[in-house]
Design a protein around this ligand. Structure first.
Ligand code: HEM
Length: 486
């Protein structure tokens, strides 16, 4: 792949209505008629849908509660789909890794297309592969080492705005901070000023996804309820922010800008015939995907980490011992190996509150899983929330015990003893594993260490607050916190 001056100096992106139509078409193709056959045992789907729609049980609680049936595979008929939830580590591995190439992203994720279009999260097959290869260089380990200074600088801006004893909403602060980081590192732009608009519109869209179980509430519904109209307006506002960012970069490239950021990479990438590798549409979809996937999840990890540390002061002291032993200079990539406890706190935060709480696949051919034949067109789900809290694999599963991630030599180790593969998967699996995994670990550790060095953050929220499980698992209440200078 070679690089050439920009071709997209005028920029035309698609409309949310067009992306919604595409999603409807894809979902219709995925609804294939299935044979009548024996299905794994499971609960009544209609009752389950009513329970969730009435708000009596949040989806993450409902799906993880199915684990109590002690079946490797549970079947539930939801909205006309044959949905299977897998709870045995072997079955999870079989679906997502061994048979990964015979699957596509599930119907639930296709619902995000009005917002994300066909970006890395939603695309399948050759489109996914081409985009993944093109974008991968931004996430190489060496490149991420180079982002550490920017990450620290963003944390410094946040820190400099806080006052001793101030009351803040820590979720809002962390979201602004991680948006700033993704802007500086991947996009080469200042996104902090857009943070309130991003957060407000994203809240509206994600609440829509959380409501998306009922036929009228689905993000693909044709019924223009007031909720739907608000959601579409919110997506249009997010579009406007991302479109303006791309148009700015396209103009700068036309004026001679040379850079190695995502937008320059996408806008200037050409094939051997000199044709743009990415259409304007694709540039928009990848930019939206990376800005959203790249900040919301890490913000949640940090928010839950502060929350858990507030409830476990002995572990805050344990963490601070490690951070205070550093020399006080801004954290750089060489310091990361000296921060196993900081990594462990982040891991334990993602174990108890996995930002991506469930992942799903649509089977593109018949597959035998956990002793059951599942025909093409079935949906298979695996829940991080369920597996990360499963007492079969985690001693004191519901307790915050970051030391479980520290090995005998005092190093951080993700392979905790007694936890088989297929149980711990905060970043997914195989070829669809999170492209930002190493970026997210680095960012979360740098942020936690930089802020904890100067601040003690007391989050005043119960241990298990109400949570909203839309695409991500978010607190469903404000997260008030008082910050004390150390
Ligand atoms: C704690 C932070 C994060 C968590 C827990 C997380 C989790 C995940 C998970 C579970 C998947 C797989 C989804 C599936 O299989 O259906 C995924 C994919 C993805 N994530 Fe992340 N992520 C995080 C941070 C990031 C960051 C920082 C970025 C970018 C800067 C990012 C970009 C993506 C993209 C583009 C994909 C799709 C990859 C593909 O299919 O090729 N994520 N993430």
């Amino acid at each position: 792949m070679t690089f050439a001056p920009a071709r997209h100096t005028t920029y035309m992106a698609s409309l949310v209505t067009e992306r919604t139509d595409t999603a409807r078409r894809i979902v219709a193709q995925m609804r294939v008629k299935q044979p009548r056959m024996a299905r794994p045992p499971g609960p009544n789907g209609a009752m389950a849908a009513v329970t969730m729609m009435a708000g009596r049980q949040a989806p993450h609680e409902f799906f993880s509660g199915l684990a109590d049936r002690h079946e490797p595979v549970t079947h539930i008929s939801l909205g006309g789909e044959h949905v299977h939830v897998v709870f045995s580590p072997e079955a999870i591995w079989d679906v997502f890794v061994t048979n990964g190439r015979h699957t596509r992203k599930s119907l639930g994720l296709q619902m995000t297309r009005p917002l994300l279009g066909e970006g890395l999260l939603t695309a399948d097959g050759p489109v996914h592969l081409r985009h993944r290869r093109a974008i991968q260089p931004l996430f190489h380990n060496k490149r991420i080492d180079g982002y550490v200074a920017d990450m620290g600088a963003a944390a410094g801006v946040t820190s400099s705005r806080w006052h001793d004893g101030e009351l803040l909403d820590i979720a809002v602060e962390m979201s602004e901070l991680t948006l700033d980081v993704i802007g500086r590192t991947i996009f080469g732009v200042d996104l902090r000023v857009q943070a309130p608009a991003f957060a407000g519109n994203l809240d509206t869209v994600l609440e829509g996804f959380a409501r998306g179980l009922g036929p009228l509430a689905s993000p693909l519904s044709r019924v223009p309820t007031p909720h739907r109209r608000r959601e579409i307006a919110a997506i249009e506002e997010l579009d406007a922010i991302v479109d303006a960012m791309i148009a700015d970069r396209a103009r700068a490239i036309a004026d001679g800008h040379v850079g190695s950021d995502l937008l320059t990479l996408l806008l200037t990438s050409t094939d051997d015939e000199g044709q743009s590798t990415f259409t304007a549409e694709e540039v928009r979809d990848e930019a939206m995907t990376l800005v959203l996937a790249g900040h919301e999840t890490t913000a949640l990890t940090l928010t839950w980490a502060w929350h858990l540390l507030s409830h476990n002061p002995e572990y805050l002291r344990w963490l601070n011992q490690e951070i205070d032993a550093l020399d006080g200079a801004p954290i750089d990539s060489d310091d990361l190996a000296s921060l196993p406890r900081t990594y462990a706190v982040i891991a334990e935060s993602m174990r108890l509150h996995p930002p991506a709480w469930i992942i799903g696949r649509w089977l593109d051919r018949d597959v035998r899983i956990g002793g059951w034949d599942l025909p093409r067109g079935s949906v298979v789900l695996a829940s991080q929330y369920a597996m990360h809290r499963d007492p079969r694999y985690w001693p004191n599963a519901r307790e915050f015990r970051p030391e479980r991630w520290i090995d005998d030599a005092g190093r951080f180790d993700e392979r905790t003893p007694g936890v088989p593969r297929g149980v711990w998967f905060p970043f997914g699996f195989g070829t669809r594993r999170c492209i930002g995994e190493h970026f997210a670990w680095t960012e979360a550790v740098v942020m936690l260490a930089t802020l904890a060095r100067h601040w003690q953050i007391e989050v005043d929220v119960p241990v298990e607050p109400p949570m909203m499980s839309a695409i991500t698992l978010r607190p469903d209440v404000p997260m008030p916190a008082v910050v004390h200078r150390r």
